[in-house]
Design a protein around this ligand. Sequence first.
Ligand code: DAH
Length: 358
Amino acid sequence: MQDINELESELLSEISNAKDLDTLEAVRISALGKKGRVSLMMRGLGQMAPEERQEVAPKLNQLKKSIGDAIDTAKGELNKAALEAKLASETVDITLPVRPEHKGRIHPISQVTDEIIEIFADMGFSIAEGPDIEDDFHNFTALNIPPEHPARQMHDTFYLPEKEDGSRQLLRTHTSSVQIRTMETVKPPHRIVVPGRTYRSDSDQTHTPMFNQIEGLVIDKTSHMGHLKGVLKEFCQAYFEVDDVEMRFRPSYFPFTEPSAEMDIRCTFAGDHIKVGEGDDWMEILGCGMVNPRVLEHCGIDSTEYQGFAWGMGIDRIAMLKYGIPDLRAFFDCDLRWLKHYGFVPLDVPTLGGGLSR
Ligand code: DAH
């Protein structure tokens, strides 16, 4: 049998001579593998007389351990060197332009949603979200639209199959349901906007079964209709990028607001585009009002203490108007040629300081 010390120094020098991981692995197999030199010596223990075995076995174990340790250390060093070499060779010049050209485009709905959020965020609103699949309570009842209320018929609701208890879930018909979800779970005051998808069984040039809305809600102890007007005026001026907007509030009816109004802005239509702030036409852009005390009570809020206002607006429509997009249905066709024409460059993030649409 080879001398243990001799074998050890032989193996250690092979290990320290291994310049890459493959060579090191070959050394490991030749020493500690099934038929490796150390393994074979250990197998030889079986044939030894007991006294000899008692003397040799600890030495062999020691050898196995010292070779194993040396291989681990060498492996660590080779890995580190490999990583350092890789880092040195793969430097990135962060001053280079991101891409030679922007091929992807941001969908106008995403762009307009970002623009609207930017405006309201600047006024101190935060974003709230809720589920697309709703229950009757959040979409209707809590918003003061009880069963059999005629307003339910106006919503062309998509219902899911009836459950065992007779209830039916539905696809939310408006983002107003998120008013309820927010007021149920967070204590007032509230100042939120809710962008999101909404669904109604309706389809023509100006209606699609899925569309986008943005809801606004302010609840505190003092907010009144004058604040509502101020917030919406600020919004219209920023969104349409004009210095002044003339607004008209027409009395209307929504079960969840009292009083309720629809808001129009003065404009002229020039082809598909619209010019805001001048002209003889009026364009309806949203519904709004003071939150009905019954809605507050449904959410466990004391309506003698709290009050506020809300509004709801179709995102798709104001995107069409601002950017001269003639057919609503094209928004959802996934036609890349259309997206190339109407889409936005990804890095042109809308900001109030840098310009919303430039
Ligand atoms: N939920 C209404 C709709 O989808 C829009 C609306 C009107 C929302 C008035 C409001 C509001 O919050 O106050 O037609």
